[in-house]
Design a protein around this ligand. Structure first.
Ligand code: TYM
Length: 334
């Protein structure tokens, strides 16, 4: 809760280009909350440097992601869209929360294990304490809900544990956040290895649909999607490729699994893949057009960056000061 209104936080990393998974699992749901919640959507550039980045590229991607939030439908006057690195309270609260997080808890984080296995030459402490910075992001804004894809569930659980531990010592300081995981689209799978989630960092470009892919590329990638040797369009655990396509089609068209199965009962995989590709391309086209238009308006985006960073700083500092007082830091003298 913030000033008597329910509050929401979510964020995305500015590494790589957004995928259809990021869009359907998170961003697409975000636009539904602006009336009921005080919302904060962050470009988490501080998280991004847990993996080595080219500085110029990171700056460019961060701006591009922020612009994409708006292109996807977030109204910057109603939603606070900002860069994590512009609000130093994230780092300060993260330090305090580090002292309330156990190594045993961090050792269990599957995303850390996966990333450590992938970047064996750079298993840095930031990668290890990544979930604590995430907890700080969420708790700074007294968030009631956090809309994310399924892969962030474990990070939300540790956030709740840290918040409850802190509250049990110092009283009701933090709101305990609930994850909001959409019924559909929370886990979009790779088009090439449908047992694996679609990921920005996949080395095979055919495995992911990127938000900026043009219509031909989108259709080509869906046509090449790995399925199975049957020909029936049916949702089933033993048909992960086709089931993933049914999910994607369902979200983009609003059709249920049963409706999709019925619609394509007498079609082959080729026709179905084409229909999925076309529906995704049609969904993304207006976002791409809006993005291109926004990119031309440097002053408009600059102003959003400035105004929203001030707003985020205001709320974040309020929580931080309360926490600093609770843990016993000396008062500031003005
Ligand atoms: P990131 O940047 O990896 O992903 C951004 C959002 O996209 C969702 N997502 C998916 N959803 C469905 N299917 C997929 N294949 C798929 N891939 C990704 C993610 O669940 C996420 O919601 N640690 C976070 C960023 C973060 C954050 C936060 C999120 C930092 N602080 C505080 C929420 C609250 C991350 O790396 O997301």
């Amino acid at each position: 809760m913030l000033d008597g209104k329910k509050s929401l936080f979510s964020g995305m990393q500015a590494t790589g280009t957004l995928t259809l998974g990021n869009y359907l699992g998170a961003l697409k749901n975000w636009v539904d909350f602006e009336e009921e919640y005080e919302t904060f959507y962050c470009v988490v550039d501080m998280h991004s440097i847990t993996v080595r980045q080219d500085p110029a590229e990171l700056r460019k991607r961060a701006r591009s992601l922020l612009t994409l939030y708006i292109a996807a439908g977030l109204n910057p006057e109603k939603n606070c869209i900002y860069y994590q690195s512009h609000v130093s309270a994230h780092a300060e609260l993260s330090w305090i929360l580090n002292c309330f997080t156990y190594m045993g808890e961090l050792n269990r984080m599957t995303q850390f294990k996966d990333k450590a296995a992938k970047h064996t030459d750079n298993i840095n402490a930031g990668l290890y304490t990544y979930p604590v910075l995430m907890a700080a992001d969420i708790l700074l804004f007294q968030s009631d809900i956090v809309p994310v894809g399924f892969d962030q569930k474990q990070h939300l659980e540790i956030t709740r544990d840290i918040a409850e531990r802190f509250n049990s010592v110092y009283g009701d300081v933090f709101t305990i956040p609930d994850p909001y995981i959409g019924k559909q689209g929370a886990k979009i799978m790779s088009l090439q290895e449908p047992e694996k989630k679609m990921s920005k960092s996949d080395e095979n470009p055919n495995a992911s649909i990127f938000l900026m892919d043009d219509t031909d590329t989108i259709i080509r990638k869906f046509k090449r999607a790995v399925t199975d040797s049957e020909s029936e369009i049916r949702y089933s655990e033993d048909k992960p490729g086709i089931s993933n396509l049914i999910d994607v089609y369902g979200i983009t068209t609003g059709k249920s699994v049963a409706e999709t199965e019925k619609e394509f009962a007498s079609s082959g995989y080729g026709d179905f893949k084409l229909a999925v590709g076309e529906s995704v391309a049609n969904m993304l086209k207006p976002i791409q057009d809006k993005y291109a238009e926004l990119q031309k308006d440097k002053d408009y985006i600059d102003n959003i960056i400035k105004v929203n960073a001030d707003k985020a700083n205001y709320y974040a500092t309020k929580t931080l000061r309360k926490v600093q007082k609770k843990v016993g830091f000396p008062e500031r003298i003005r």
